[in-house]
Write a protein that binds this ligand. Structure first.
Ligand code: ARG
Length: 294
């Protein structure tokens, strides 16, 4: 496990290659709503979701992903599970060194979301993906907190709100890759995917106040380019919950002007999407999809 900038005994470019995951799952927001409060963004939002706007916003993201050549699979939402649309959270897909697809299943922090995990496990299994249970008790919220480094067998692991640090030792063994762990220290940035956006093998965007100084040092030591994004885009627009599926195109909340100009000056192509209905629940583009190798 990699805890600080002094720990890595390798260069990222020396790690085994990880092929791109070209299949993407999305869960239709038929039953999406804010029905309880489990993060600061949900406060005051109970019952405020406009379902038909949410469906249109979701469909637009779906269509952009299809237009970028991804193989998008759609699963219906389940009544009574309003957060299931955030399908990055219930599992962590991986391939072993032989290339066989697997998924580690999550232990959701909140009981409100616990039943989502079985539905996503069934979906993986129906497609021939072996699901793997964590060998110990404790919280782990899948690709909300555990993010694959683009192109390399290295996992970035956020912890502090939804995932326990103690889970990453076991996860590292299961997925057969080192885990670089980052403590999260601001409750508004409760998942790593809210403040840390991987763009390609050498570039990442971050919201620095969400991390400790040790975490920031580690990030700076592992990337050539670390783009710092300010509070307005990161907090109000969830701009770092962006999704870059191919090292070039980036889908993100519309109106994130600082982030968009940072990305465009660095040569990325931006795709603006209104995700305002989902931001009421504390999510945007990244957490509304799951990438898998099957
Ligand atoms: N309401 C959901 C929750 O609090 C939102 C999850 C968003 N997911 C994410 N990876 N940021 O659990």
């Amino acid at each position: 496990m990699i805890l600080s900038a002094k720990d890595p005994t390798f260069e990222v470019t020396q790690l085994p290659a990880l092929p791109p995951a070209k299949t993407v799952l999305m869960v239709r927001p038929t039953y999406f709503d804010v029905e309880y409060v489990i993060n600061p963004h949900m406060e005051g939002q109970i019952g405020t979701v406009d379902q038909s706007r949410a469906m249109d916003q979701w469909q637009a993201i779906h269509d952009t992903l299809v237009s970028l050549g991804l193989d998008v699979k759609v699963l219906d939402g389940v009544e009574g599970l309003p957060d299931m649309v955030f399908c990055a959270n219930q599992s962590l897909p991986y391939i072993n060194q032989e290339g066989d697809p697997h998924a580690v299943m999550s232990h959701m922090h909140s009981h409100h979301r616990a039943d989502e995990v079985n539905h996503i496990a069934q979906w993986h299994e129906s497609r021939g993906v072996a699901t793997v249970d964590l060998p110990q008790a404790g919280d782990f919220e899948g690709m909300g907190d555990a993010l694959w480094h683009p192109g390399r067998r290295l996992l970035w692991g956020g912890y502090g709100y939804r995932t326990d640090l103690s889970m990453y030792e076991a996860i590292s063994t299961l997925v057969d890759a080192p885990v670089a762990v980052l403590e999260l220290v601001d409750p508004s940035f409760y998942h790593l995917d809210t403040c840390f956006c991987l763009l390609n093998e050498s570039s990442v965007m971050i919201y620095p106040p969400a991390f400790t100084s040790q975490g920031l040092e580690l990030i700076e030591s592992m990337f050539d380019r670390v783009f710092h994004i300010g509070e307005e885009d990161a907090m109000e627009r969830f701009a770092l919950n962006a999704f870059c599926p191919n090292g070039r195109d980036v889908l993100l909340q519309s109106g994130s002007s600082e982030t968009i100009s940072t990305l465009q000056s660095a040569g990325f192509v931006t795709h603006e999407h209104d995700t305002s209905e989902f931001i009421k629940s504390g999510g945007s583009v990244f957490c509304m999809k799951l990438q898998t190798w099957a």
